[in-house]
Design a protein around this ligand. Structure first.
Ligand code: F0G
Length: 459
């Protein structure tokens, strides 16, 4: 028989209890946290979907690697294994470990960035944008039009607009664009994949103007699997072969290993350019550590190497992509508005359509985030005007382009019944949406306010 049910391709050896609370308890806890789930102790959360970053369950082989870790300061055995595995996937000449993704970004953009420089990307992730801007350069998002519409279903909504890229290069001048980046999958745009054709087309434009192409490869394996199931000509290739082809068009890579390397901490920077690699390593020594450990312990390098071997397993990726799709399908069937089709690591509720009566300046996304916690102990995150809103000269809110609530699914952590429970919670909140209230700030920091903000419901 050909089984219909796609099962978790692992069994569970070690478990971590989760703590149940009552609605009454959660009402007190949420109020104490200023209606900002970032300020909740994790122990008061039942299902934690704040992020898929650093929250993976490691395998028995990864834990064994932790014991195998060689903690030599220089030239540790674990580094050579880390380097060999990353080379086998990316074929990059230089592999530089960092303690997480943003450390790789900080090093790269400190060297190639600076005032007057521009960096195009399909969509910069927040830390990438912050590191580009911190260097004095400008971060520019050139996402394909279809990627900007939550309700339109398309296969590769993470694609870059290639025509816009070429026009942008002509406008700003090749000399002001040190590199071009593609983020796979496109986290800030809903975890949507980028097609191989798009990577090739972007590379062709970059080649024409002599601009290096870098991949932000946090979720490269999820992207490779989408290519396998959606792009003609790739159906018979393995995810590893597809990933290798993706990287073959790149001149460099930044990666947060906290996503598709199935670890709790780690990252790397990889590239082919000798001179750039030398500069990056020199800066790494100042900020992260010696080039054979870069801010990580030998044991962490082992866990990353092993995780990267496991992530390209086809059964794992089939289960991973299908479990997100399953959650999405159930929500759509109940009429809950989400970004369609679901991406690789998260479901994004479209709060504008969920709560059309709550205006942007009363933060509909925050309202849903709070209610998901109150209803079922679920922690999610607002990605809308709380996170990206700005003020005009008169102190009036300039809302974000979209009002979203992200529920990111940690890798190998929750089972299907956790997801079924989550679906019940979301549908219940959706049924009672007329009762939801807007929120206003009672405290906000001048930068990255979503992390520490406090709110009050508008009654
Ligand atoms: N690039 C992308 C596409 C990311 O999603 C992240 C992190 C980073 C870079 C930075 O990596 O956290 O290791 O420094 N995303 C996490 C998230 C935080 O929740 O989406 P990091």
């Amino acid at each position: 028989m050909k089984p219909k049910t796609i099962i978790e391709p692992f069994k569970i050896k070690s478990v971590e209890p989760i703590r149940f609370t009552t609605r009454e308890e959660r009402e007190v806890l949420l109020k104490e946290a200023g209606y900002n789930p970032f300020l909740l102790p994790a122990d008061d959360v039942l299902i934690d979907l704040l992020t898929d970053s650093g929250t993976s369950a490691m395998s028995a082989k990864q834990w064994a690697g932790i014991m195998e870790g060689d903690e030599s300061y220089a030239g540790s055995k674990s580094f050579y294994r880390f380097e060999a595995v990353i080379k086998s996937i990316t074929n990059m000449k230089f592999i530089i470990p960092t303690h997480q993704g943003r450390a790789a970004e900080k090093i790269l953009f400190t060297i190639v960035g600076g005032p007057g420089k521009y960096f195009p990307n399909n969509t910069h992730f927040d830390t990438t944008r912050a590191n580009v801007e911190f260097s004095g350069a400008e971060a520019v998002d050139l996402l394909n039009e279809v990627g900007k519409h939550p309700e339109i279903r398309a296969d590769f909504k993470g694609n870059m607009d290639v025509e816009k890229l070429e026009a942008f290069i002509k406008e700003k001048g090749v000399e002001n664009i040190p590199l071009c980046m593609i983020t796979v999958t496109n986290n800030s745009g809903g975890g949507q994949p980028v097609s191989m054709q798009n990577i090739k087309d972007v590379k062709a434009v970059c080649n024409k103007y002599g601009i290096p192409l870098f991949l932000d490869a946090c979720r490269f394996a999820e992207n490779a699997y989408f290519i396998k199931i959606r792009e003609k000509g790739y159906e018979n290739k393995t995810p590893l072969e597809i990933a290798q082809e993706m990287f073959s068009y790149a001149d460099g890579v930044t990666m947060s290993a906290k996503k598709d390397a199935l670890v709790n901490i780690g990252g790397f920077l990889a590239m082919n350019d000798d001179e750039l690699a030398m500069k990056c390593r020199n800066l790494l020594i100042v900020t992260e550590g010696f080039p054979t450990y870069g801010g990580l312990a030998g044991r962490d390098l082992e866990a990353v190497a092993q995780g990267l071997l496991e992530i390209v397993d086809e059964h794992y990726l089939q289960y991973r992509i299908r479990s997100i799709e399953y959650l999405g399908e159930r929500l759509v069937a109940a009429g809950v508005p989400i970004i369609e089709p679901p991406g690789g690591h998260a479901i994004y509720i479209d709060a504008k359509r969920f709560l059309p009566n709550i205006p942007a300046d009363q933060y509909p996304g925050q309202s849903i985030v709070c209610e998901l916690y109150l209803e079922g102990g679920v922690r999610s995150v607002e990605i809308g005007s709380v996170m990206f809103g700005k003020y005009d000269k008169n102190g009036k809110l300039i809302p974000a382009m979209m009002e979203l609530v992200r529920m990111a699914i940690p890798r190998r952590v929750y089972t299907q019944s956790h997801i079924d429970y989550l679906i019940e919670v979301i549908i219940e909140v959706f049924k009672n949406r007329d009762k939801l209230k807007g929120y206003k700030f009672t405290y906000e920091a001048p930068m990255l306010r979503h992390f520490t903000a406090r709110f009050k419901p508008i009654i």
